[in-house]
Design a protein around this ligand. Structure first.
Ligand SMILES: [Zn+2]
Length: 168
């Protein structure tokens, strides 16, 4: 390629500085951008501020078809009173996957919100679920031909027995 041109300097038409070629972004098509890296970054930042900045507050998200809450740089799901009361009433004895389905949000959102609200699962609920999982694991183990190789805390993924104890 153009190895000879590597150490040349070029003038940026925007800021007028004479800079090494490496200060200019290489383009996909080949060659380099006419503006220097600093000018391009500055332009992009200003463009984002002017055109794309979302005003803080709650609004209907066009793609998600749901109400979201925007604050600073992050957009989050807006939790209405009904959703919050579902969390308050059912979090302690419902698995997160089911809650996520009920609320139409991701499991991660459920976990995050529970932490925010200081909600915890019932100890009894956790132990009964883990017993159920162990039972399921034994059934799965028989199916796969490893009877009795599962003990408490072990997990399997799909049809693959991972053989690892998940530690928190
Ligand atoms: Zn420049």
């Amino acid at each position: 390629m153009n190895k000879i041109k590597k150490h040349r300097k070029k003038i940026c038409p925007h800021c007028g500085r004479k800079l090494w070629l490496k200060e200019f972004y290489p383009l996909k098509k080949g060659g380099r951008s006419s503006w220097c890296h600093d000018c391009v970054l500055k332009y992009k930042r200003e463009y984002y501020q002017k055109k794309l900045k979302v005003v803080d507050g709650t609004f209907m998200h066009r793609k998600l078809h749901r109400i979201v809450e925007h604050k600073g740089y992050s957009t989050r799901i807006f939790w209405n009173g009904n959703m919050l009361s579902i969390m308050q009433r059912h979090y302690h004895n419902t698995i997160n996957r089911e809650l996520a389905e009920m609320l139409g949000v991701s499991e991660r959102s459920v976990t995050r919100k529970a932490r925010e609200l200081g909600l915890e699962k019932d100890k009894e609920f956790i132990s009964s679920t883990s017993k159920k999982n162990l039972l399921l694991a034994h059934i799965k183990g028989k199916e796969l031909g490893y009877p009795g190789c599962f003990t408490k805390g072990m997990k399997f993924k799909g049809n693959q027995y991972t053989g690892k104890i998940e530690s928190e």
